[in-house]
Design a protein around this ligand. Sequence first.
Ligand SMILES: NC(=O)c1ccc[n+]([C@@H]2O[C@H](COP(=O)([O-])OP(=O)(O)OC[C@H]3O[C@@H](n4cnc5c(N)ncnc54)[C@H](O)[C@@H]3O)[C@@H](O)[C@H]2O)c1
Ligand SMILES: O=C(O)C(=O)C[C@@H](O)[C@H](O)[C@H](O)COP(=O)(O)O
Ligand SMILES: [Zn+2]
Length: 366
Amino acid sequence: MGKPQASEVFSSFNSRYYVKSGALAALPNELANLGLTGTCWLISDTHVGPLYAPSVIQALENAGFSCQRYDIPAQEASKSWQQAGELYTWLLENGVQRGDTVLALGGGVVGDLAGFIAASILRGIAVVQLPTTILAMIDSSIGGKTGINHPRGKNLIGAFHPPRLVLIDDAVLSSLPRRERAAGWAEAVKHGVIADAALFDDLERAGASLNDVPANITSELLVRSAAVKIGVVNRDERETGERMLLNYGHTLGQAVEAATNYKRYVHGEAVAIGMTFAAKLAVELGMWTNAEAERQRALLHALDLPTALPRDLDIEATLAALNLDKKRAKGSVRWVLPTRIGHAQVESHVDPELVRKLVHELVDQA
Ligand SMILES: NC(=O)c1ccc[n+]([C@@H]2O[C@H](COP(=O)([O-])OP(=O)(O)OC[C@H]3O[C@@H](n4cnc5c(N)ncnc54)[C@H](O)[C@@H]3O)[C@@H](O)[C@H]2O)c1
Ligand SMILES: O=C(O)C(=O)C[C@@H](O)[C@H](O)[C@H](O)COP(=O)(O)O
Ligand SMILES: [Zn+2]
């Protein structure tokens, strides 16, 4: 396959992935083509809903669709049982039926929660992902992982529920805050490190300019990054092997998110810290060169992403959260570790005392 173009359409299982500036206007046609003609239940958040839901709903209604809308609070804390319960009640009180469709218009928080609602209401109805962050466009809208957090840890309750369609209108990125742009690129760096050295090189070349709005090269790099994820989930939908690589940086990253109550870092920032840690671990174990690990750190730094742990972090709570990682097997944490830029592997036998020592060393000394 050559370099994917910005408007290329990919297939992932039963999902179509479609990216084009202005693509949201094509939603009614795309739904009709898929036979999704029931009521559209549009779930968005309090930032994105007011900006983009009215025009999406207008276009759907003009095409004869019936549409209802619910905006959840724009925060990671919305991935909760309580918020899920409110959405179930809204859907049931308003007469949701099996032939209906949930439209997830927003970032990964909306996508994960709305996807989980669609996976479980009436034992499952269709979901269409309309991602509005870089992170959601290249990562969370693809591959069907949906879910909510539990007080004990991140994404611990969920289901695989692939979207019927992922429709990406990169024009919406003009309103995305800079911090969220950087956080999204963290997952693209992940894709480069684990599977695509040329993507990593091009991200490195673009550097800090990726955070500018809008960047010319954004669409191409978005599509190339999404292509990495689509390839992996097409080969291993249920995470029995290769898909675990997509968790690079998440073992410590998600533990940091949980230990800081999901308030201090946005997901991509926590992943940046987690990748820096995994790199340090890989170097310490002699699996990766210090020079390549430093290239990764420099790229994350150029993107204004954190690469150290905060001094006031509760390290014991963070280490305890590691023990709920979903990749654990036979009682041990499995780490995704790079061996060269473009390649990583899962490592099961890492000494927890080494992890503890390196976690302490990653604490910000400044
Ligand atoms: N399912 C998966 O495979 C997967 C993959 C990666 C991450 N995730 C999950 O995704 C979540 C993070 O997603 P995220 O980074 O998109 O964060 P997010 O959904 O919290 O969105 C970030 C912020 O940007 C705002 N926003 C979104 N789009 C906007 C736009 N176009 N203009 C203006 N504001 C906009 C949102 O309201 C929010 O305040 C985490 O919960 C993470 O666990 C899931
Ligand atoms: O799709 C995957 O697989 C990933 O691991 C992508 C990650 O970026 C994402 O954060 C995912 O939600 C993590 O999954 P989890 O199973 O570790 O909760
Ligand atoms: Zn992630």
